[in-house]
Design a protein around this ligand. Structure first.
Ligand SMILES: C[S@@+](CC[C@H](N)C(=O)[O-])C[C@H]1O[C@@H](n2cnc3c(N)ncnc32)[C@H](O)[C@@H]1O
Length: 194
């Protein structure tokens, strides 16, 4: 596939996400957002506990999105919405006036090999871009079992002027995600939009 074709396909995916999410933005433009939600264990439980919030989870894998929707339905969380989307593509598809009230990123793929580090989600460009949708004081919650990715993220955020690590690294709500169950030895950091 040529670069031009790849870019055209990406642009088409973004248009498709925008179309699919149009009813969501009619409901609310202020959302609680989980990137890489997996099978939706965390966000469906969170949404059931905070029915006044509009909760959106995205994942690259269709089957996980289907599982997430089923899990939310079983919990009666009608305020939880799940979409198959890549993180940057979803952000690009969002209306400019959408607001990410909270951002959850739990056990993201660690890409352990150095030559793959550029594929990691927690990059300076990503932090800059997502900040455009966050008010000052909005919090991003990050959890990983992979110590080197934790240090990488700490350094990446410390070098970024849009986000600041805060001392309180507790989550507003705890629920064991699928990967947390498998990987109980993890670290959490919380960053606040500056
Ligand atoms: C290791 S799993 C963790 C799933 C879940 N957060 C948990 O704790 O059980 C990482 C998930 O992130 C998804 N993912 C990876 N990169 C992504 C991206 N750029 N955008 C959206 N989802 C992504 C993967 O498909 C996978 O389901």
């Amino acid at each position: 596939m040529s670069l031009e074709e790849a870019l055209q396909r990406r642009a088409q995916r973004i248009r498709n996400i925008a179309d699919e999410c149009a009813p969501l933005w009619e409901r609310s433009k202020n959302i609680t957002f989980e990137i890489g939600c997996g099978k939706g264990h965390y966000l469906s439980a969170y949404a059931a506990s905070f029915p006044e919030q509009t909760c959106v989870g995205i994942d690259l894998i269709s089957e996980r999105v289907r599982d997430s929707r089923r899990r939310a339905q079983n919990k009666g969380a009608q305020n939880a919405f799940f979409f198959k989307a890549e993180a940057m593509e979803f952000l690009e598809a969002m209306p400019r006036d959408a607001v990410l009230e909270k951002i959850f990123i739990f056990f993201p793929d660690p890409w352990p090999k150095e030559r793959h580090h550029r594929r990691r989600l927690m990059q300076g460009d990503f932090l800059d871009y997502i900040r455009q949708f966050s008010r000052a004081g909005a919090r991003m919650y990050f959890r990983t079992d992979y110590a080197e990715y934790f240090e990488w993220t700490l350094n990446t955020i410390n070098q970024n002027s849009n986000w600041e690590i805060i001392a309180d690294n507790s989550l507003p709500f705890e629920e064991v995600s699928q990967f947390q169950r498998i990987l109980p030895d993890f670290s959490t950091l919380v960053a606040e939009a500056v």
